[in-house]
Design a protein around this ligand. Sequence first.
Ligand SMILES: *Cc1c(COP(=O)(O)O)cnc(C)c1O
Length: 352
Amino acid sequence: MKTQVRSWMAGLSPYVPGRPVSTEPGRLASNESPFPASSGVSDAAVAALAGINRYPDPLATALRERLGERLAVDPDQILVGNGSDELIFLLVMAYAAGGGGVVIADPPYRVDEVVAQSLGARVERVPLAGWTHDLGAMAAVHADLYFVCNPHNPTGTTVSREAVATLVDEARAGLVVVDEAYVDFADDPAAITALPLAVAGEAVVVRTFSKLYGLAGLRIGYLVGPAGVVEDLRRVRLPFSVNALAQAAAEAALKDNERTEEVRRTIVARRAHISSMFTSRGYATVPSQANFVLVLCRDEDALVAGLLQRGISVRPGSSLGMPGSARISVPSAEGLALLERALDEIGPEDQG
Ligand SMILES: *Cc1c(COP(=O)(O)O)cnc(C)c1O
């Protein structure tokens, strides 16, 4: 063929997933839930199989109604997507593709960067300050979209709701998008969530069922924001992107409040455990409010390879724009024991 990719795609490198490992408990590279879906959730997905000769509800009406009740927001301010990644894609497509401006942190959530580049947006990177978003510096950039990840991936750090509100004020000409994939794992989600701003139609909040709810494999997330934004995105989205099994499972997951709370508490406790596992061995860690910990190490390659040899896959910091570190997802109980054994064998961090 003579057809070539558009000029803005030249030099783009694809998203690199975590390295596969042979052990299930050692999969600590993608911040997935270590807990399988509850029986209520898998039963709902299985029941939905009976109807797969029909297209799914394009607007996920039942799920939006449930979310609307829970979040006290009009369902017309909610859009459900094929993972929050699709919603990020749609936001960039609608508001920044082909020469618009996108501001992201450096290092960013990689998907924000990849999507903006692949849709021909101008990307402005604003370095983190003390591991957190420098919202003042971000506000000073003139852009169409301002991406804030709160808690941030890959650092696990947070910014306050007041700080996000200030960014919204200062960046009036643009739309602030707050990615809250990990907000449930924060010590005080209510203190950081930008949901009140989204409900008031002043910003967009993007959330996912992939992390706390453990539905990463089904691909479902949602955004809350101004009704006008939801309308705009409906015009560019593919109508049937969110399949019927995912919709049914997400609805069931929202009913599982007790189990969800138990999963949340367990993950938060294990997060502290893995931090101390590393700090007691001479590593530094970035204080995390997410379901992973960024570990700082003198020899990233050696740590990543040493863990991989012992059946544990973690995300090398250099693949996340943070060389000299490794991002480690909170594991299952079995994974925690595997990690502890591996660290004992690898030995403490050389203090040089
Ligand atoms: C994991 C993650 C998501 C979730 O993406 P899905 O497409 O919903 O699976 C979104 N944002 C960030 C920052 C993440 O780390």
